[in-house]
Design a protein around this ligand. Structure first.
Ligand SMILES: Cc1cc2nc3c(=O)[nH]c(=O)nc-3n(C[C@H](O)[C@H](O)[C@H](O)COP(=O)(O)OP(=O)(O)OC[C@H]3O[C@@H](n4cnc5c(N)ncnc54)[C@H](O)[C@@H]3O)c2cc1C
Length: 309
């Protein structure tokens, strides 16, 4: 990284903070410092920021609400870029479509659908995080994925180009997308909705189903691993007898073996070590390589290498 990130100071409409601890900006509440945290106020500012970061040779990562990330104890030598509250707006576009900003919280989307009697991606009920993060991850639950409801996606490329993409251009798959792969910055999306629907019961049903398997509170980031084809990561880890296993400040949840929880004030390396133990044990017993669903940030090792150790 360059010694001269002051180049950013010349860009208007952004807020720059230095040495921000990952504990404060991720749901895991572990990890070291992020060198620079940039909060962008308007979509015109994003191309300037991305170009400046490139010019100054600063690596960057897009941050939503940080509910799907584990930042290493060494932190991140670069910048996190996120959208400010001006990107949280939701409004009607037509009878069948609404627009939600990239920083809009999933909970606000569900509230909007509820208030306006609109059917839509209700299976997202209870998932924390932002629309931008959900689209990048193609978040889903109970057999549904957010990508099925998108009609277009507003993005800024890493070159600073502003594009309107169709879902078919985004290579959506199970917890993956071209958006994540190519670090396209989602500033907003149009979502297909069905008017005239009473959705309270459906939302309540999803929340009840979720409360049976999920945990309240923080210090984790949802499912640690993706489900391998035709199987469940949680079941495989459970079958290896790892529920409740503890490494220092982190432990495998007794409720769901695909959740690794950290104690307050815990360390990212304990969470990571437990991930490694779970994955290598599953590989040893079942020959299946579990892949992280959470985004690992600032770790030296490439995930696949853990199976060679
Ligand atoms: C209690 C709990 C339950 C969860 N349940 C589920 C579940 O059922 N299903 C599920 O799919 N996930 C689940 N998650 C994971 C997570 O909440 C979702 O993936 C969420 O959509 C991530 O949003 P975020 O804003 O927090 O993203 P972040 O964690 O900030 O980022 C995740 C990824 O998205 C990228 N990103 C973030 N914002 C943008 C943007 N504007 N443009 C482009 N890329 C962006 C980041 O670079 C990163 O790669 C759960 C998490 C928790 C803590």
């Amino acid at each position: 990284m360059t010694d001269n990130p002051e180049i950013l100071d010349e860009i208007s409409g952004i807020k720059i903070e230095r040495e921000i601890c990952a504990r404060k900006i991720t749901s895991y509440a572990v990890g070291g410092n992020i060198n620079i945290l940039i909060t962008v106020k308007d979509s015109n500012g994003i191309p300037h920021v991305l170009r400046a970061l490139r010019k100054a040779d600063i690596s960057y990562l897009i941050l939503g609400a940080g509910t799907n990330m584990l930042v290493s104890d060494d932190g991140f030598k670069g910048a996190f870029v996120r959208l400010n509250a001006e990107f949280r707006e939701i409004h009607n576009v037509s009878e069948q479509t609404i627009y939600a900003g990239g920083a809009c919280l999933i909970s606000d989307l569900i509230l909007f659908l509820r208030r306006n009697n609109l059917g839509g991606p209700l299976f997202l009920s209870g998932i924390p995080g932002t629309i931008g993060g959900a689209v990048a991850m193609n978040a889903g639950a109970f057999g549904g994925e957010i990508s099925e409801y998108l009609t277009y996606i507003d993005v800024v490329t890493s070159d600073g180009e502003i594009l309107k993409l169709k879902p078919s251009e985004c290579e959506f798959g199970y917890r993956q997308s071209k958006i994540k792969k190519e670090k396209l910055f989602v500033t907003g999306v149009e979502i297909a909705v069905t008017p005239g629907k009473k959705i309270e019961n459906e939302v309540e049903e999803y929340l009840t189903r979720r409360s049976k398997n999920h945990l309240q509170g923080s210090n984790y980031a949802g499912s640690v691993f993706k489900n391998p084809k035709g199987n469940y990561a949680g079941k495989l880890i459970d079958d290896c007898g790892l529920k409740g296993l503890r490494v220092g400040s982190a432990f495998v949840s007794e409720k769901h073996a695909n959740f690794i929880i950290s104690d307050d004030g815990g360390s990212a390396s304990d969470v990571f070590d437990l991930m490694k133990i779970s994955a290598t044990r599953v590989f040893h017993f079942y020959g299946i390589k579990l892949e992280p669903e959470i985004q690992l940030v600032g770790f030296d090792i490439k995930w696949d290498e853990i199976f060679k150790l």
